[in-house]
Design a protein around this ligand. Structure first.
Ligand SMILES: Nc1ncnc2c1ncn2[C@@H]1O[C@H](COP(=O)(O)OP(=O)(O)OP(=O)(O)O)[C@@H](O)[C@H]1O
Length: 348
């Protein structure tokens, strides 16, 4: 955090624990429906924080509240050192928000969109042009700058959207599902952009439905479920919560599968795939004892894979499996994104 930023935040000393965003007891209801039921958040400055949750969990509501677009019913909320309830204007001057619905106007060119933002931020004409040109260059949009934004690809529109957000030089950026709908290449480009923002000292508050994205980017992840934070920590800490590790044995011969399933009692069967799963932490010592055990039982599988828990496992376990459609974004160490039902229930 630089001196100017400290001044903006009204801070006189700096520590590595300064919070860019903090929430204590954040509550929001729409009519009878409680969307956020007293959640606590702490986002250190200069880090990426990811709020992860199934559809309708309240992620966008949290972003709208923290970015001053919607008022909370209760909670002590601070952004950039300012109280959201009494200093919303000061918060607005520090933040940038890109939502699921882009601010890009398709009827005008990329450059015109940028200049419009420069006007909104009261930059002089010369400064506006310079900033627009710099950002268009940085986001690889110089060539397309004179074309109507409606002709841009999804990835280009998202890049323009973020470039527009950066015109005001925000120190805290809220990205609400920034890569939803993008192809893998555009998603990786966006990840690079997000990492670059943070290396420049910006704090990023990211919501995503992609577990892989939170795993890749976030310093800390909070899993939102039924209006509460079900778990919070680094990706590694969250993975340790879930006993999803196992060794998977796959057979091609149904008879070999059957006899192995009988010989090995402490296993989970997958009769359709002719596969058996043995709980394991994946350590060398456990693997050796499993191999010894298989030898002594006379079991010879056609394929043996080790699966360590991934964020999918955590997400399923903590959100009650309501996000089944996201399972394919697995980054596990094997090609099988499925989670043994047992491990889900153990945690719940
Ligand atoms: N203005 C509103 N009036 C009434 N209900 C609302 C309003 N905004 C959100 N909700 C409800 O609050 C709940 C949380 O919505 P929110 O958009 O925050 O979820 P989300 O986690 O961002 O989901 P998604 O990933 O689908 O965008 C939903 O049930 C939604 O219908």
């Amino acid at each position: 955090m630089n001196a100017g930023w400290r001044k903006l935040c009204g801070m006189t000393t700096t520590t590595s624990h300064e919070l860019a965003i903090s929430a204590a007891g954040l509550r929001k209801a729409y009519g009878e429906k409680t969307v956020l039921d007293g959640i606590d958040l702490a986002v250190p400055a200069g880090t990426i924080f990811s709020l992860l949750g199934p559809n309708g969990a309240g992620k966008t509501t949290a972003v709208k509240i923290l970015s001053t677009l919607v008022r909370a019913d209760a909670g002590e909320l601070r952004v950039g050192g300012h109280d959201l309830a009494t200093q919303a204007q000061a918060v607005r001057s520090l933040i940038g928000v890109t939502g699921q619905f882009s601010a890009v106007d398709g009827l005008i060119t990329g450059e015109e969109n940028m200049l419009l933002m420069a006007d909104l931020h009261h930059l002089s004409r010369a400064e506006g042009r310079r900033t627009a040109a710099e950002l268009l260059e940085r986001f690889d949009l110089t060539e397309a700058a004179q074309k109507p934004a409606s002709t841009y690809s999804g990835g280009m529109k998202r890049r323009l959207d973020i470039a527009m957000t950066l015109v005001g030089g925000p120190r805290i950026i809220f990205l609400d599902e920034p890569t939803t709908g993008l192809d893998p290449r555009s998603r990786h480009t966006m990840w690079g952009i997000i990492r670059e923002l943070v290396s420049g000292g910006v704090t990023v508050f990211l919501t995503t439905q992609y577990l892989e994205e939170a795993d890749e980017l976030a310093d800390r992840i909070a899993v939102l479920s039924e209006g509460r934070i079900a778990a919070e920590g680094s990706a590694a800490e969250l993975k340790r919560l879930v006993p999803g590790g196992h060794v998977r044995l796959r057979f091609t011969d149904p008879a070999a599968y059957q006899s192995a399933a009988v010989a090995l009692r402490e296993v989970t069967r997958d009769d359709e795939a002719l596969a058996l799963q043995i709980p394991s932490d994946g350590s060398q010592r456990e693997l050796r004892s499993i191999l010894d055990w298989l030898d002594s039982a006379g079991v010879e599988a056609d394929e043996l894979t080790v699966h360590t828990p991934d964020l999918d496992d955590v997400f399923f376990a903590l959100t009650g499996g309501t996000a089944a459609s996201t399972a394919t974004s697995s980054t596990g160490t094997d090609a099988t994104p499925t989670v043994p039902t047992q491990s889900k229930e153990t945690v719940r």
